[in-house]
Design a protein around this ligand. Structure first.
Ligand code: SAH
Length: 283
């Protein structure tokens, strides 16, 4: 199907037969797709998608074949190579292929590996970044991933390594000392170990933390907690992955910026959660 989008002022690329476009789908809310991803959905004749891609997004490619790649980020997946080679086969069969991955394909999504395999097999590719859960998911919880009064740096960390274990190569002391805000993907399974490592490295037990599950979807849930209580609170809450964990004082900004609560009619809890003084009156 060639149904590329037409908007004034932009030259929208055509997804040609034999090409693979590796696109981010964002964290869930279909409205967070990029226009390039929408353009791909309108033209693809096959879409290979991951577990974290919201099903309603596929409705935007009704004529395409939908193939579920069935892998969840963080789980050891022996089938990664199969997925990449399947993409190669589809390209060689002259299909217009959209490989749709949750969030951003190059952020803890193994998109780099898939792209590399495609290039090694001579398959022409286009990469379309997406909104990553660690940024967009926090924004939907009213948490700015950077905020001038809080952090001049942010560290994105995975809570799993390739074998599904807590990553042993991470230097938690260096992260604890050097990162004002730490955003953890795939952190639920090993939250006790991760929070313990940060506490051991000197981060305060009362440091604000947030756990945002199913961010940007209708099932989004936000748990506000502290580093010392996070693991216990998660266990008690029964919250399930996918979740983004955020460690740092930017979490406090949610008290002012929980815009979803405000849309539902609740006032901000605190207009100045960092105690920096209220903004001057406007003239
Ligand atoms: N490429 C993706 C990350 C894939 S790894 C991205 O850029 O967002 C999978 C992990 O991402 C999940 O375990 C979880 O930590 C996080 N994640 C993805 N979607 C999420 C969502 N809607 N809500 C919360 N966390 C999410």
């Amino acid at each position: 199907m060639d149904d590329s989008i037409t908007l004034p002022g932009a030259d929208w690329p055509v997804l040609e037969p034999g090409w693979v476009w590796l696109c981010g789908a964002g964290p869930g809310d279909p409205g967070l797709l990029t226009l390039h991803a929408l353009n791909a959905l309108r033209q693809a004749d096959v879409v290979i998608y991951d577990a974290l891609v919201d099903a309603s997004i596929l409705d935007w490619a009704p004529a395409a074949e939908h193939i579920y790649a069935g892998k969840r980020g963080g789980k050891p997946s022996a089938d990664q190579r199969d997925i990449s080679l399947r993409l190669v086969d589809l390209s060689r069969a002259g299909r217009r292929v959209l490989r749709l991955k949750g969030g951003d394909p190059f952020v803890f999504g193994r998109g780099g590996e898939e792209a590399q395999t495609l290039v090694q097999h001579g398959v022409p590719i286009r990469i379309v970044p997406g909104i990553s859960a660690g940024i967009g998911g926090l924004a939907y919880a009213g948490i700015p991933v950077t905020h001038r009064d809080v952090n001049q740096s942010v560290t994105f960390v995975t809570g799993h390594d390739q074998s599904g274990e807590a990553p042993s190569s991470l230097d938690w002391r260096a992260i604890a000392a050097g990162s004002q805000v730490i955003v953890i993907y795939m952190g639920m399974k090993h939250v006790e170990r991760i929070s313990g490592a940060l506490l051991d490295a000197g981060r305060p037990a009362d440091e604000p933390c947030a756990v945002v599950t199913a961010a940007t979807t209708g099932e989004q849930n936000v748990l506000e907690t502290t580093l010392g209580t996070m693991a216990g609170d998660i266990a008690a809450s029964g919250l399930e992955p996918p979740a983004i964990l955020c460690v740092g004082r930017s979490v406090l900004m949610r008290q002012a910026l929980d815009w979803q609560a405000m849309m539902a009619g609740h006032p901000a809890r605190d207009l100045d959660p960092l105690g920096r003084g209220k903004p001057a009156e406007s003239a």
